[in-house]
Design a protein around this ligand. Structure first.
Ligand code: CMC
Length: 427
């Protein structure tokens, strides 16, 4: 960060000079730390105007619909690179050479199996538990299995944990699915690439090995890339916040998974498909849009709107393209895709959405692709978590490798002022 500009804040005739910092891209940032010494806090519920950290990983220009990972546009990464490359890029800051990529992929492959004892952990859950509930528990439990790499001050331990998390996430996610349908867990195959291995663990059984369709593996890989990181979103901020207490990385990622689960965040992909199912047919779209606009009705158009994007989410554009490719390749005609397109067309012309700059986000089309691949709705947010793992880890690593403070926001207190306790028999 650099900067010579200053902002001046005047309160009751008292002047506070606040330094202004400039990044390499994006708006300047007013450093408000000095207001504390003058007896003030700043107030910004939902952190809509607050930069919580300095970061070199991902940049978003919400007005222009731009998303860059380490400077590379998401459209180029999604269509030209692989998820393994993007993981390496997020973690290391640069694209890998061919030999670095091979070494990284081999290292990840070497860690795809989970401790055999971990499978017994699943049995404590009901079969009908939501896979995200299982995921939160099992990922948190990893810290009980991998004691040998929990020293967060040791960079080698941090790197091993990062590789373990990226490697084991697909295995654990597929185990969540297998447990829910009552099928045996399937071991990973290290001769397959990351996405193909995931599809193998999801759909093979001990009686029949599934031949992974390369079109679907490519689509899966692209979905992982499109979810890989997204700057300081709610789950990533949660990971950083948990990490700021020096909690171990498995606990931090479990916290991120919990934050991702909500329908305003990663849970939206599941909610979109449920919404399309509720609307049912194209002739009911206009009526649904009326409900969304009605302020006395809490219905939202899921998969639309974003805190940062006030334009098309660039991930949504690639996702829609991938959706068309997958459905064409499989020869599937999905009426829900037509419904989604009609909904998008109507919303993009409607003043309610136009004036609020609400556009389709990454979740609007992802569910239709996942459904075509054969992934059940309850697994959609698990897939998001799997894809987001390198982003969470890269942010955690970036924080731990640099000076940081425990995250401890302040508040505007509006509760009772001090009063004396009254015994229960006297109330
Ligand atoms: N449908 C209807 N109205 C909406 C929607 C929507 N999807 N999103 C925002 N609005 C309205 C909102 O009611 C408000 O209206 P008003 O100014 O009249 O009160 C205005 O637009 C501004 O919305 P906001 O709630 O202040 O915006 P936010 O930045 O706090 O919320 C959001 C962002 C993503 C939570 C919200 O747009 C939303 O709930 N969208 C649907 C859920 C969804 O698709 N989430 C996935 C986000 S992308 C994946 C990810 O990165 O997690």
């Amino acid at each position: 960060m650099s900067g010579s500009k200053t902002a001046t804040l005047t309160i009751d005739g008292q002047t506070i000079n606040l330094p202004i910092q400039s990044g390499t891209l994006g708006p300047d940032v007013i450093d408000v730390k000095d207001v504390l010494a003058k007896g003030y806090f700043t107030f910004d519920p939902g952190f809509v105007a607050t930069a919580s950290c300095e970061s070199k990983i991902t940049y978003i220009d919400g007005d222009q619909g731009i998303l860059l990972h380490r400077g590379y546009p998401i459209e180029q990464l999604a269509t030209q690179s692989s998820y393994a490359e993007v993981c390496y890029l997020l973690l290391n800051g640069e694209l890998p050479s061919a030999s670095q990529l091979q070494e990284f992929s081999e290292r990840v492959s070497n860690h795809t199996m989970v401790h055999e004892q971990l499978q017994f952990f699943y049995r404590g859950f009901r079969r009908d538990a939501h896979p995200m509930a299982v995921m939160c528990g099992v990922i948190g439990a990893l810290s009980a299995f991998y004691h040998d790499s929990l020293d967060i001050k040791n960079p080698e331990h941090r790197n091993i944990s990062a590789i373990r998390l990226i490697a084991k996430m697909p295995t654990i996610a597929a185990m969540c699915y297998k447990y829910s349908v009552g099928q045996p867990f399937i071991y990973p195959r290290n001769d397959l690439d990351y996405a193909s291995n995931f599809l193998h663990m999801m759909f093979s059984t001990p009686c029949a090995e599934t031949e992974v369709n390369p079109v679907l593996a490519r689509a899966m890989d692209r979905i992982f890339i499109l979810h890989a990181d997204h700057e300081q979103n709610a789950s990533t901020s949660t990971v950083r916040m948990a990490g700021s207490t020096d909690a171990n990385p498995f606990a931090c990622i479990a916290a991120g998974i919990a934050a991702l689960w909500g329908p305003s965040h990663g849970g939206a992909n599941e909610a979109v498909l449920r919404m399309l199912g509720e609307i049912g047919s194209a002739d009911r779209v206009e009526d649904f849009v009326r409900r969304v606009k009605d302020k006395s009705d809490s219905t939202k158009l899921m998969g639309f709107g974003h805190r940062v994007y006030k334009n098309f989410d660039p991930r949504a554009k690639v996702m829609k393209q991938t959706c068309d490719e997958v459905l064409n390749a499989l020869g599937i005609h999905d009426p829900q895709l037509e419904l989604a397109m009609k909904l998008e067309e109507i919303a993009l012309k409607d003043d309610y959405f136009v004036s609020r700059k609400l556009y389709p986000n990454v979740d609007f089309y992802s569910g239709i692709i996942l459904k075509a691949i054969g992934i059940p709705m309850s697994m959609f947010t698990v897939i998001f978590a799997l894809g987001r793992t390198p982003g969470w880890i890269a942010h955690w690593q970036e924080m731990i490798a640099n000076p940081y403070k425990i995250a401890r926001p302040r508040q505007l207190y509006t509760g009772a002022t001090q009063r004396d306790y009254v015994r229960v028999d006297q109330r």
